[in-house]
Design a protein around this ligand. Structure first.
Ligand code: FMN
Length: 318
């Protein structure tokens, strides 16, 4: 208990120092959402990307809105059923926020809801740091939806604390998502800085799976399906493949992933999921029930010299 208090005091002094030395525009006691009453969630347009955020004093909200404009995507504000008043976030007192952060089981209720989470592939997730962690309402949010195979890019704002373990702890509540490395931003971070971080991470993610055969990077066109998305969540993947039937190299993933098999006439260069737990790469035509993953953009001659041998090392890396 004494240790816990010491830790909290250290964190408090670090972020108080940060708050004083940075040019934060507000303090918790005078700018909470209760005074702005801007607490409705906003959903706009059709998009595969969602920016979802929680913010009481608007620092995180400002960045979330930069993201929404820049990515031209949907925006969702996580609105607490019971709004946080200035007293609720007065961390020098025994306030509601402090009590929640100290309570493993606290899951503050959320007033609003995303009707169709299944349409999003990528979620940019913003929150403030509260005692070095994500506010407990973020756990309520993460536990309310199925994030399987979705990519989550977390960001946070704080007085000075880093993102630390806040995102990796949240990730434990949605282990089947592909969590990218998050970043902490100071209040008042400018639009250009924030957007260029988004570009690096969102772009990197959409092209983030590279195929190597015997250490040679090959150009591929990925299918847009759940199996490919799931493969991205288990990178890096290395498979020792062996030749089979005079038309393919094949090997086991070591686990089963989502499959949507259909009867396929495969052509040289096609890469498919077989039986949910094996990958096959073709250098000659064949026909069977598979889920197509991608196509290697090489000529038949190039494919033949790359694949027509006893075995190959097949690797998928970010
Ligand atoms: C209860 C509470 C705990 C906080 N704990 C920390 C902390 O551990 N480290 C830190 O740097 N800032 C801490 N802060 C400051 C907030 O992280 C910071 O002001 C943040 O930008 C607020 O985001 P918002 O305006 O989107 O609500 C805390 C604020 C509150 C209300």
């Amino acid at each position: 208990m004494i240790k816990m208090k010491k830790l909290l005091l250290t964190i408090l002094s670090i972020f108080l120092l940060g708050a004083c030395s940075s040019n934060q525009s507000s303090n918790n006691n005078d700018s909470s959402k209760t005074s702005s009453s801007n607490d409705e969630s906003i959903i706009t347009g059709e998009s595969n990307t969602l920016v979802a955020y929680f913010s009481v004093t608007n620092h995180t909200e400002t960045l979330a809105k930069f993201a929404q404009e820049h990515l031209e995507c949907d925006l969702f504000e996580i609105v607490p059923t019971q709004e946080y008043t200035s007293e609720d976030i007065d961390y020098n007192s025994d306030c509601r926020a402090n009590k929640e952060q100290n309570d493993e089981t606290a899951r503050p209720q959320i007033k609003n809801k995303i009707e169709d989470m299944s349409k999003y592939d990528t979620i940019v997730l913003g929150y403030p740091i509260w005692w070095a962690q994500a506010p407990k309402i973020m756990y309520t949010f993460i536990e309310s939806y199925d994030f399987t195979n979705k990519t989550i890019l977390p960001f946070c704002t704080s007085g000075s604390s880093p993102i630390g373990s806040s995102a990796t702890n949240l990730a434990k509540s949605a282990p089947k998502a592909n969590w990218l490395e998050g970043k902490r931003f100071a209040a008042g971070t400018n639009e250009e800085t924030f957007n260029s971080w988004l570009d690096e991470n969102i772009k990197k993610d959409t092209n983030n799976m590279n195929l190597y055969i015997d250490n040679q990077k090959v150009d591929v066109t990925w299918e847009d399906n759940d199996s490919v998305k799931e493969l991205k969540t288990i990178l890096p993947l290395s498979i020792n493949m062996h030749e089979y039937g005079g038309f393919e190299q094949t090997g086991s993933i070591g686990k089963s992933i989502t499959r949507h098999d259909i009867q396929l006439d495969v052509v040289p260069g096609d890469v498919v999921l077989y039986s949910g737990n094996q990958i096959s790469v073709f250098y000659n035509a064949s026909s069977w029930s598979y889920t197509k993953l991608d196509h290697i953009n090489l000529s038949n001659n190039e494919l033949n010299s790359l694949l027509n041998k006893d075995s190959v090392l097949f690797e998928l890396k970010a």
